[in-house]
Design a protein. Structure first.
Length: 762
């Protein structure tokens, strides 16, 4: 549609173009920072309208290092192209609005694809699925794609990110649809959509790396080299072509830039790093108490029990079931006395019921979505007929934020937002159901992917305002930028081996997409866990940011003591390890807030030049110094492990290994292979039953042979005081077991005692 380049205008870092045949559209390229360029075509005339990037591109969204915003820019005509240079990236804008990006040495990073798209052959998967009667499982293209971008692929390019998509770490050769979807069938690697839409991808080249953030929250499509080896395509049915090209020296740089724009996952309260026990089906006060007692009887550490929909009166949000609970406040406070906090589920669907206060308030204030006739739109969720709060309306968010007081007053400690794609049982919400997008009405098709985001934002704001602590919100659906407000879990997985395998790349890619604090239901949600699967899952799950055992009503119970003595002992071993690692996990969470780099990382994030790790799906790193290689095969009592360059120590045996090769590691049922880098220091706490348990305020520094330094962070683990300087920072040096601790910032009380433990020295 864009022909020859006719004209261009420069205003600050923004260059606006005119092309032949461009129908009055004036596409532009804007230099945002030295490494971030925005490419924009305003098809709908509404401007950027980002829901991921918020006001100020800073302060409110990010409490860490921000890239320099005032980038020096040089714009000149070279031949028929307009060349836009920042200090680090060059964009050449050619006829047809073909935009090519180069690094500072002039090497191509990402070139526009100038050819046509390949002819479609055969049936599309959607058509095939329809023929087989399974059309519901695929959210395919339904309308014309308007905003579309085609870019070249090189043979070696690997693609990461894109949120929670199923399958493998490297997304190349697959096709995805961004349309938040609750699909009850076991998630397979050919799924195109899942609960979350994060249209951000990282491309790792043979030489060089870059990111693309397609900031369009309508239904969007990514074909990442499935249609052709030579190019990838992304586009959307509605909204604008609005993407950010992020150039950088490493994958980490790109993630830092992306999270500087969309926000960084903030520090959570320390207890949220503890073990969470959950199940759909703890139907009464007695059941909840029995579970809490079971945890303590078995001497298992735990910080929180999740209350699934069972606690509500007829699944009405912000109510409690008085038949199954005598006194919910007392239950919550009794749990607290045991060191166990309560997290309650809240779904968006509000039951249609006369005199139910949430419904009545929402109706009176016009807070629910309407159909095109102007009637309140009704679908069905757990409570039967239900209506949908219009979270895109700031007033609705404010109202919902106030509703949180009900839970806060009862002593609840966090909220689990579910079903917020939004899910609906009586067919999907029609595209034209009328919601609000901040200051204008918007059809469902344009707010669907940000529905969960807005709900989480409102929940976060309520808790921030009324609870005075760092809000703990967990969500199922989200969009880019949701990490500012909420943690997440990966939804309804199953107790099947393919899903423990899937967890690793899924959480790694979520982390690289900004969503740091995430976890999969340990043991699997649907189907029935076997003792072996549960043992392997808790071993791997204990290294994930959110460590929650959760399963479905009707399935096999899944508390760690349900599988016999051996599995109980294994569970305890790894739950204890989790509690020992709390200060290490907390340090990593702090690093995420400062830099955007996630706690759980694929090996490629630390060793991007190593070709052996570009497709490594069954190992991951916790920070930069611990490598976890869980067993994810039924019956396996050994597995192949790859260690990248350097010297590594087997965490359990102390065996020293030189990296750079594969080897077979024995792994009986109680062993999850873990390796620690030479010279590492790992901070630990003594084992405890919950984070608040007093253990002499002791910090243990575990030093491994070799040399290295480590930054340790400490604060009150609860509120936002750290943002006013109430924290301590330590620089710890390890010279082959000789450990020195230097205080770098003092704003919080000291540890009672710091003890050095030398591991595996001769
Ligand atoms: C959804 C959630 C699941 C929850 C269930 C009942 O399926 O994903 O975690 O247990 O609803 O609330």
């Amino acid at each position: 549609m864009f022909g020859k380049l006719k004209n261009y205008q420069v205003s600050g870092g923004r260059v606006t173009f005119e092309f032949e045949g461009s129908d009055g559209l004036k596409p532009c390229v804007e230099v945002i920072t030295d490494t971030i360029f925005n490419v924009f075509v305003d098809y709908d005339g509404l401007g950027h309208r980002s829901r991921a990037i918020e006001e100020g591109f800073g302060e409110q969204a990010v409490f860490g290092q921000l890239p320099q915003k005032e980038a020096e820019t040089e714009v000149k005509k070279e031949g028929s192209a307009v060349v836009i240079r920042s200090k680090k990236v060059t964009a050449k804008v050619n006829d047809g609005f073909a935009v090519d990006f180069y690094d500072r040495e002039g090497n191509p990073l990402s070139l526009a694809w100038r050819g046509e798209r390949k002819e479609k052959t055969g049936l599309s998967e959607r058509e095939l699925a329809m023929l087989a009667g399974e059309g519901h499982a695929i959210s395919g293209k339904t309308k014309e794609i308007r905003a579309e971008e085609r870019r070249s692929l090189d043979r070696e390019d690997c693609i990461y990110g894109l949120g929670d998509k199923t399958g493998f770490l490297n997304k190349r050769h697959y096709e995805y649809v961004m349309w938040n979807s609750d699909i009850p069938d076991p998630h397979e690697d050919n799924f195109k959509s899942l609960y979350k839409s994060i249209p951000f991808m990282l491309v790792l080249k043979q030489k060089g790396v870059y990111g693309i953030f397609f900031d369009n929250h309508c239904k969007s499509f990514f074909d990442l080299g499935k249609e052709s080896e030579d190019y990838y395509v992304f586009g959307a049915e509605e909204g604008n072509l609005d993407y950010y090209f992020i150039g950088g020296d490493s994958l980490k740089d790109v993630i830092s830039d992306y999270t500087a724009m969309t926000g960084r996952a903030p520090m959570q309260q320390l207890w949220t790093l503890g073990y969470h026990q959950s199940r759909w089906g703890y139907e009464s006060e007695e059941k909840i108490r029995e579970v809490a007692e079971g945890l303590r009887r078995n001497n298992l550490p735990c910080d929180c029990i999740h209350f699934d929909i069972d606690y509500m009166d007829n699944y009405k949000v912000f109510t409690w079931n008085k038949e199954t609970y005598q006194d919910e406040k007392k239950v919550i406070s009794d749990l607290k006395d045991m060191g166990i906090k309560a997290v309650t589920i809240i779904d968006p669907g509000v039951k249609v019921e006369k005199d139910y206060y949430v419904y009545e308030e929402g109706v009176a204030q016009d807070f629910f979505a309407r159909d095109t006739e102007g009637d309140i739109y009704v679908n069905a969720v757990w409570p039967g007929d239900a209506v949908f709060p219009d979270f895109g309306n700031p007033k609705v968010r404010h109202w919902w934020a106030e509703k949180q007081k009900y839970l806060i007053d009862l002593g609840v400690s966090g909220v689990w937002n579910d079903m917020n794609e939004p899910a609906s049982f009586r067919g999907p919400l029609p595209d034209d159901v009328v919601f609000t997008d901040e200051d204008r009405p918007a059809p469902h098709s344009q707010i669907h992917n940000i529905y969960g985001h807005n709900m989480a934002k409102s929940t976060y704001e309520g808790w921030k305002e009324y609870a005075g602590k760092r809000p703990f919100v967990i969500t199922r659906a989200c969009y880019s930028g949701s990490q500012k407000y909420t943690t997440a879990w990966t939804g309804d997985n199953h107790s099947i081996w393919s899903h423990i395998r899937m967890m690793i790349p899924q959480i790694c890619n979520l982390g690289m997409s900004g969503m740091n604090f995430v976890g999969a239901d340990v043991g699997g949600f649907g189907s029935d866990a076997t003792p072996e699967l549960f043992a392997r899952w808790i071993q791997a799950g204990c290294f994930m940011p959110l460590f929650r055992d959760h399963c479905a009503l009707g399935g096999r119970r899944q508390e760690p003591w349900q599988f016999g003595e051996e599995v109980l002992a294994i569970s305890k071993k790894y739950m204890d390890l989790r509690y020992e690692l709390l200060p290490y996990l907390y340090d990593l969470m702090h690093e995420t807030e400062m830099t955007g780099i996630p706690m759980v990382r694929p090996l490629v994030l630390e060793y991007e030049a190593d070709e052996n790790v570009r497709n490594r799906n069954d190992e991951f790193m916790l920070g930069d110094r611990m490598l976890i290689a869980p067993v994810v095969e039924q019956g396996a009592r050994e597995r192949m492990v790859y260690l990248p360059e350097g010297i590594w120590y087997d965490y359990w045996t102390g065996e020293r290994r030189e990296g750079g090769s594969f080897f077979v590691k024995e792994a009986p049922l109680d062993v999850c292979p873990v390796y620690v880098k030479a010279g590492a220091v790992i901070p630990k706490y003594p084992v405890r039953l919950h984070v608040g348990e007093d253990k002499d305020d002791l910090l243990i520094l575990e030093a491994y042979p070799g040399e290295g330094t480590y930054g340790h962070y400490q604060d009150n683990g609860q509120d936002f005081g750290y943002r006013q300087g109430e924290f301590n920072e330590y620089k710890i040096s390890n010279r082959n077991g000789e450990v020195t601790v230097e205080k770098q910032h003092q704003g919080y009380r000291d540890y009672g005692k710091i003890e050095v433990v030398r591991r595996f020295f001769g």
